[in-house]
Design a protein around this ligand. Sequence first.
Ligand SMILES: Nc1ncnc2c1ncn2[C@@H]1O[C@H](COP(=O)(O)OP(=O)(O)OP(=O)(O)O)[C@@H](O)[C@H]1O
Ligand SMILES: [Mg+2]
Length: 413
Amino acid sequence: MTRPRRVFALDLGTTKVCCAVAEADGTGLRVLGVGAAPSRGVRKGAIIDIDRATEAVAEAVEAAERMSGIAIDSVVVGLAGGHITSQNSRGVVAVTAGHREVRGQDVNRAIDAARAVSVPSDRKILHVLPQQFTIDGQEGVRDAVGMTGSRLEVDAHIITGANTAIANIVKVVHEAGLDVDDLVLQVLASAEAVVSEDELERGVVVADVGGGTTDVAVFRGGAILHTAVVPVGGSNVTADLAVGLRCDLDTAEAIKRQFGHCLQLTLPSDAQVTLKPMGYEEPIDVPQRYLAEVIGPRGREMAGLISAEIDKAGPAGLFPGGIVLTGGGALLRGFAEVIQQVTDLPTRVAAPESVSGMNDEISGPHHATVVGLLHWGARINLKGRGIRNGSHGENSNGHNNSGRLGRWLRELF
Ligand SMILES: Nc1ncnc2c1ncn2[C@@H]1O[C@H](COP(=O)(O)OP(=O)(O)OP(=O)(O)O)[C@@H](O)[C@H]1O
Ligand SMILES: [Mg+2]
């Protein structure tokens, strides 16, 4: 039995900042504390005000410290935003002469060759995720180590982000008095929390619908095929409703959560919502179907954008596991049905599978990212890690990954 180790995660979202502390012992996670604060200074995943964002992070971290009684000094941080891009790359190496068996170091060299893809100087590689290996022309090899051959190729999915956007997130975390253990694309973390190994194998799409962005990741054969950050989320729905109802954003948000729906015809024609639009003296009744009339087009637009990203990875038939929706935006009524209609893929809303301890505080689709970050933190070898002053420290190669995605999502800085 491994000695329990503490892991700390920070999800710096557009609408909320969430910090969690857990103990990992090799068999699972036990959550010891969770803290959340309304997000400030973050827009569509990118920092727009360092001081305000720092304040929000400090608030969430303090709350998690209070609840757990544990001082938090470093965190695994989730990253998203329109600056994230992804591409596929191939690395080729000769298997070290003298032995014709592929060793771990050959795999690392192949991955290094794949990561040597040209990336503009203003971008940083966040993840290099092997998809499959090819040995002497034989494609589709999952685990190359131990195989016999002389030429080793790897297909890898490379995720990059803008240096400045990454540096700003790291700066916020530092200013809040913490070190960064690792930076993880938010949707990879969410996937870790909500999909099974079997689904990853058969083909599945994870869409994390947050406040400012909808992050998509497409998996098949246990590997990641495509990732994208779509700059539309639940806040757009709220903003549309505020315009349609001529009310402020807080009112629109509350009405959306309580009465919002994407599908007009599923609502009774006589259902009414009472509200007081700006400039009105008295409250008025608005048909609930009118809310759906406003929300529906945005829901269909978002579904179309998700569908377009899935198309980039391949035809829908390749993903029989369907779409797993997570993030707070997934709670919008009728949204899963709209996505199902637009993509023709079975769609379900998922919350993180239960982790022991604090289940109420950390349940719900909007906690998928922070729970996934805890899993990620439990898996990485933190020795020699740490991102100080925005530069990555020595890394682990992640080959000892034991998490659900660990076998394939070998994360290599
Ligand atoms: N019951 C609900 N019905 C509809 N929408 C909801 C509900 N609860 C939360 N939301 C929406 O979920 C969104 C916030 O989701 P979440 O907490 O996952 O975002 P975030 O992680 O802060 O943002 P991001 O991931 O984009 O940076 C908000 O737009 C909010 O309106
Ligand atoms: Mg989020």
